[in-house]
Every structure is written in C-alpha cells, then in structure tokens.
Design a protein around this ligand. Sequence first.
Ligand SMILES: [Fe+2]
Ligand SMILES: [Fe+2]
Length: 135
Amino acid sequence: MPLMTWSSKFSVGVIALDSQHTLLFGILNELHDAMMKGQAQAMTGPLLRKLADYTRTHFTAEEGMMATARYPGLNEHRVKHRGLMKQVEEYVGRFDRGEISLNIQLLNFLRDWLNNHILKEDHQYGPWLNEHGVH
Ligand SMILES: [Fe+2]
Ligand SMILES: [Fe+2]
C-alpha cells in the first residue's frame, strides 16, 4: 500500500502545481517502497536527496506563480517554504552523517509535513491564483 494517495481534496486548483504535488507524493512512496523492501540504506540517500531537490524546485515554481498573480500572502508563504526546506535538509544531513536511518517515524513526519502544507497553506492561494488567470 502506498504511503500517500492523491485525491481531489489535495487539489489547489492549478494544474501544474497539482502535478508537482503528485510527483512529491510519488517520491515519498518510493522511499516507503524502499523501506518495505529492506532496501532502505542503499536507496534512501539518493531518494532523500531527490525529495529535497524536487521540493526546492517546486517551491520556486509555486512562488513564481504567486508572484505573477501578485498574491498578497506570498512573503508569508515564502517564510513557510524556507522553514520546510530547512527541516528536510536537516534530515538529509543527519541521514548522510549516519545519525538516523529511514524508518516509519521519518516517513510519517515527511508525509505530515507535505500533507499539512498543501492542505493548510497551499490551499489558501488557489482561489486568488484562479481569479488572476492562473489555472
Ligand atoms: Fe507551498
Ligand atoms: Fe506546494
């Protein structure tokens, strides 16, 4: 069973951003698969790196769209992104230094981290972006 399943409740109303979120779900599911198959140690480093890199790419794209639409909550949202990026980078660093291994607690943390951000913060920009021509 995948760790995360996409459903319409996650939609922010912007196609490109929904597909980027779906891709992030996919990377978390790959991490979960690796753990379930006992490939955790060999696979996790590159997958965690992939997650951090793609998260950065996504945040930049999302902020770019908010800037184009002159979304008033952009600065506040940017601060949240920076905080999230710091958290994920911290985990990658701890993993690289051998201080932690991939386990269900880490996966649950990453799942909640992504879920909460999409459902609480990303959902707020959807209507504004749609009203300003971004779909
Ligand atoms: Fe966001
Ligand atoms: Fe997002």
